[in-house]
Each structure stands twice: as C-alpha cells, then as structure tokens.
Design a binder for this molecule. Structure first.
Ligand code: ZN
Length: 248
C-alpha cells in the first residue's frame, strides 16, 4: 500500500517537473507572447482588418521565413515581430546590433536588431505580393522588457500595441486590395510544406552562407562599400535589397 502511494507521488512529481519545464522554455514563452499579441489584434473583420498569425513559408530559392503576425488594414500591411526579452534594451533604428542588460553592471547580451530582422520578412512579403511601400515594420516587446532607451518609432511595448489599430499612415490600401493581400498570404500559409525544424535548419545554413559573403536576405553577393561611417559589406542587389554587414 505504502509502495503504491509513493509510486503515485513520484509519478505526479515527475509530470509536474516536465510540465513546469515545458511552460518555462524560451519557445513556449515566445508562443505565449505571440498568443497575447494575437488577442490584442483581434480577428479578421472583412472590409476592415485582416489578421494572419504565425506565417511560415519558403520561397523558390529555398529561403524560409517565419512571421509572427501580419495585420492588414487600410493604413498598411503591418508586419509584426515579437520579442520576449527581460531586462533593459538599448538600440537605435540603424544599429546592427542591440544590447540587452539583465541587471545594471551585470549580464550583457548582443542580438541582431529586430527591425532589420523584420525588414527581411518584409523583403520576402514584398517579393511575393509584388508590391512595395505598403508595409509597416513593427517590433513588439512583451512586458518583461524596459524599452524606454530604444530610439525608434517602430518599436512598441505590448501595452501600446492596441494603438496601431487607430494609427494613420501615409499608406492607403483600398478594401478590395486588403482582401486580395489577405487571401494571397493565407494561400501562402496554407500551401507551405516547410516544418519549424526545417526552418531552424535554414537559419543555420544562412548564417554559414553569410560567413562566405552571401546575403541572407536575397542570396546576392556581399560587396565592400564605403559609407559615411566607414567601410561595410552591402548587398550587390542594392537598392532592391538593403542588407548590410559590419566588417569583423
Ligand atoms: Zn541581398
């Protein structure tokens, strides 16, 4: 009898530990954040707004792309990248790398500017939809992060995100075009055969190609260019592709 009770208790503890691990993994934290954003954006309302969540696809060159949210209204196609980071974030729109400081004087992490990361998403959507200048680049930080030091109009905290629904821009998309873009993107999402694992493999492959001087955004060649602040690597497909890389 005691043996049975002990066994049941152990099984319960093991299950609790596994579930606990699962809900605290970075992936599930990211997922929760994405769900939260999806709730704020709301559902598709024909003629007014269109929403696509978790758009994963691969283009004919084999490059893959995962976009957290696409929100379409008459003021643009809002391409939304979510970040679930803690601590204080420092960054500027044109900086290649941003900094995360977990505690003053403590751990510092560098990460690729998410506005630039999202610019790659927009590049792929622009090619697919054959349209330019209708996209709005939006990066959303979830509540854990202090983003008051980021100098960019593209960055929102989760609490400010609802304001994009009432925000006007210089862009005008007619109702029939909104619906057309939505249907095209839905088709892209539904026809995609790529898995998350394959997508992660592709990211790794693109990082290796980057080391060999290949543009991770368009597959073009990276060439040495002279800029205001010195030399850098730029894509040979400029101005179509504006990817740049610092000289190591
Ligand atoms: Zn390129």
């Amino acid at each position: 009898m005691i043996f049975a009770v002990v066994t049941i208790v152990i099984v319960i503890i093991v299950i609790a530990v596994i579930l606990g691990k699962k809900t605290h993994s970075p992936e599930s934290k990211g997922k929760r954040g994405e769900n939260y954003v999806a709730k704020i954006l709301g559902d598709t309302i024909i003629g007014e707004q269109y929403v696509i969540n978790d758009l994963l696809f691969q283009n004919e060159k084999g490059q893959s792309c995962q976009i957290d949210h696409v929100f379409i209204n008459k003021f643009g196609i809002w391409v939304i990248e979510t970040k679930n980071y803690a601590g204080t974030i420092y960054g500027q729109e044109n900086q290649r790398e941003w900094t995360q400081v977990l505690a003053p004087g403590h751990e510092i992490n560098k990460f690729y500017n998410p506005i630039k990361q999202n610019a790659t998403h927009i590049y792929h959507l622009s090619n697919y939809l054959k349209v330019k200048k209708v996209f709005v680049n939006v990066v959303v930080f979830l509540s854990n992060a202090d983003i008051t030091n980021i100098a960019s109009g593209n960055v929102y905290s989760i609490n400010e995100l609802h304001t994009i629904k009432n925000q006007t821009t210089d862009i005008t998309i007619p109702v029939d075009k909104m619906e057309y873009f939505y249907n095209k993107l839905l088709e892209l999402k539904n026809n995609a055969t790529i898995t998350k694992t394959e997508h992660i493999g592709n990211i790794y492959k693109m990082q290796q190609q980057l080391q060999q001087g290949i543009c991770p955004r368009c597959g073009g060649k990276l060439v040495l260019r002279n800029g205001k602040t010195g030399q850098f690597y730029g894509c040979s497909n400029f101005p179509n592709c504006k990817f740049t890389k610092r000289i190591n």
